[in-house]
Design a protein around this ligand. Structure first.
Ligand SMILES: C[S@@+](CC[C@H](N)C(=O)[O-])C[C@H]1O[C@@H](n2cnc3c(N)ncnc32)[C@H](O)[C@@H]1O
Length: 258
């Protein structure tokens, strides 16, 4: 069944003008946003992302349960929301985390120095569309960022290559509800309420527009599962959260066959 919200996944290509523009916009947007990012996220998201994180931690927990040690990558880590939540909840995880925005990374590093020194967490600047290793990680997460990648196919393939056999990839993001009336209410909130809130809080003006546009352009959960499978992932599943405005999608790199 083709759903209300379905739109073809469009990968413009690594060197396309669209991809370059998108990345530059990310860097520019978060210059202004970085310092207040977490506070604004709480206000706009009505704290919901903190509840949604519990779903991600549950999926991680099942995966980590029988493992002594896990190497994790938090892809597009921003200010480290998932990085630090993971560190707080699991002590058998060493974490690498990267982001394209130097300003978001600066906040993450500051937080690390203040609260997490002693944990094995490394931050660096990087692009999800540039390969970041071969069979290095047991677990890769990307949270509220997949929507922003211009070339989702390239980023997904990079994750597949960077995972060890048997490794787990978890995507958490905003999306758009696929059915009315929630879809109508959501569009109303994003189009008319959010710009007012961002105005009051002094958020970068284009942020509300981008949030709306990127959520609308987000492929459906089913389409993302198909994309993951086309890159080699197996046992892919998804869960709609917060009445369909967010999703968690996950899948595994197959174990090596003998
Ligand atoms: C909405 S923030 C989410 C940050 C964090 N993961 C969280 O859950 O709070 C999106 C992040 O994706 C990053 N990003 C966007 N495109 C990227 C890319 N191509 N490579 C790496 N990071 C990217 C942005 O710089 C930004 O920090």
């Amino acid at each position: 069944m083709s759903s209300l919200a379905e739109a073809p996944i469009h990968d413009p290509g690594f060197d396309s003008e669209e991809a370059h523009k998108r990345k530059q916009y990310m860097v520019d947007l978060f210059v202004v946003q970085a310092k207040n990012y977490d506070f604004h996220d709480d206000v706009f998201g009505l704290y919901a992302h903190r509840f949604r994180m519990r779903t991600v931690l549950k999926i991680m927990g099942r995966f980590l349960k029988d493992r002594k040690h896990v190497d994790m990558l938090d892809l597009a880590c921003g200010t480290g929301f998932v990085t630090f939540n993971t560190a707080r909840n699991f002590d058998n995880v060493d974490i690498e985390a990267f982001d394209i925005s130097p300003d978001m990374l600066a906040v993450a590093k500051e937080r690390y120095e203040k609260y997490f020194k002693g944990r094995n967490i490394k931050f660096w600047r990087g692009d999800a569309e540039v390969p970041f290793g071969e069979e290095k990680y047991d677990l890769v997460t990307t949270s509220f960022a997949y929507r922003n990648f211009a070339n989702k196919g390239i980023a997904t393939e990079n994750v597949f290559n960077a995972l060890k056999p048997g490794g787990l990839f978890i995507i958490q993001d905003l999306t758009k509800p696929e059915r009315h009336p929630m879809r109508g209410l959501y569009i109303f909130y994003m189009k008319y309420i959010l710009p007012v809130l961002t105005g009051i809080l002094g958020t970068e003006k284009s942020a509300a527009r981008w949030l709306y546009k990127s959520a609308m352009m987000m492929p459906t959960n089913g389409q993302i599962v198909k994309l993951m499978e086309s890159k080699g992932f197996e046992k892919c599943q998804y869960k709609s959260l917060s009445l369909g405005i967010a999703c968690v999608i996950w899948g595994f790199k197959p174990e090596k066959s003998e």
